[in-house]
Design a protein. Structure first.
Lengths: 156, 166
């Protein structure tokens, strides 16, 4: 990353003409800010700046824009972004496995579903009648009361 | 590192993931395109398509990233590169309306928005200079353009940024 340390900056400048045809420094101003002018060119541009308010103003403008971009913070990728990229083959195997498991589960579920909705056999009424007939009167006080037609009460 | 000194894409992702993503985000201006761009870069690294010069891994990565970005831009663009307007006073695309920018709370968001509205070639030069920190000569090599063109694109890019954020 950049910043004021300038560790990526080259030492030498381009060395071509720096003061434009109209006599203004123009595009050499950014190169001046970036220390990308050859010493002779830098001297020319600075001399021009000293007597040209328009170029001095433009220098301040581009210097501001430069500092804004240089002040932009690093951007973090979304969480897990690189892990997803790097783990693609393993994740694919995992995804296939879990997809198969999900498919098996849904088949099982579909298989169970009609059974749940099917009529219960034997019917509940039949079971009750069977219970009433076979229940031991001695061992089951509730059945005893039910067969006698007495309202059931659980109060002591 | 592989035997030939070229970093593997896993190494690039682990050691320079944040740097790579930052450059991609500053060029594209949004997460979706930045993610696509980073994937493209890692793919190029994995295929060994890019010549690696030992010394500046970040310089190498940012060159690949910028070129992948510009390749994509040019594919999408129907007109050729030389249609890029060279008029320094070329009108800046209209800024987003005030009620839309109210959502962009931070200065960074506003700077990024202005950066994203720059012509792509200007943005590439500005990002390589002010985000990555390359010299004009390195930028010229990375983009395959003369140093004078680098200088002009950076300066015009900055002027447009300043006008957009006035």
């Amino acid at each position: 990353m950049s910043g004021s340390d300038g560790r990526f900056m080259g030492a030498s400048g381009p060395g071509d003409g720096s003061v434009g045809a109209a006599g203004h420094a123009a595009e050499a101003l950014s190169a001046l800010l970036d220390a990308q002018l050859a010493p002779a060119d830098e001297h020319l541009v600075r001399a021009h700046l000293a007597g040209c308010p328009a170029c001095a103003a433009e220098l301040r403008q581009v210097e501001m824009a430069r500092s804004w971009v240089r002040g932009l913070p690093p951007v973090d990728p979304p969480s897990g972004f690189y892990e997803r990229l790097l783990d693609t083959p393993r994740r694919r195997r995992w995804a296939v496995a879990s997809l198969a498991a999900a498919a098996a589960a849904s088949v099982a579920f579909v298989g169970v579903l009609p059974a749940r909705e099917a009529p219960v056999k034997p019917a509940v009424a039949t079971l009750i009648r069977t219970h009433a007939v076979t229940a031991s009167v001695d061992g089951d006080p509730v059945s005893q009361l039910a067969t006698a037609g007495v309202p059931v009460s659980f109060r002591p | 590192m592989a035997d030939d000194g070229i970093p593997t894409w896993e190494e690039v992702a682990r050691t320079h993931g944040r740097f790579l993503y930052t450059v991609a985000y500053r060029l594209t201006g949004n997460d979706d395109d930045a993610q696509d761009l980073v994937q493209d870069v890692l793919l190029r690294v994995r295929r060994g398509l890019e010549t690696y010069r030992p010394g500046s891994l970040e310089g190498w990565l940012s060159r690949i990233t910028t070129n992948a970005f510009l390749d994509d831009v040019r594919r999408r663009r129907r007109r050729p590169l030389d249609a890029l307007p060279d008029d320094p006073d070329r009108a800046v695309p209209p800024a987003v309306a005030a009620d839309e920018t109210s959502a962009a709370e931070s200065i960074s968001d506003e700077v990024q928005a202005a950066l994203t509205r720059l012509p792509d070639e200007y943005r590439a030069a500005v990002v390589l200079c002010d985000v990555v920190g390359l010299s004009y000569e390195e930028i010229g090599e990375a983009l395959g353009i003369p140093v004078g063109t680098v200088r002009s694109r950076i300066h015009r890019g900055r002027r447009q940024l300043r006008e957009a954020l006035a």
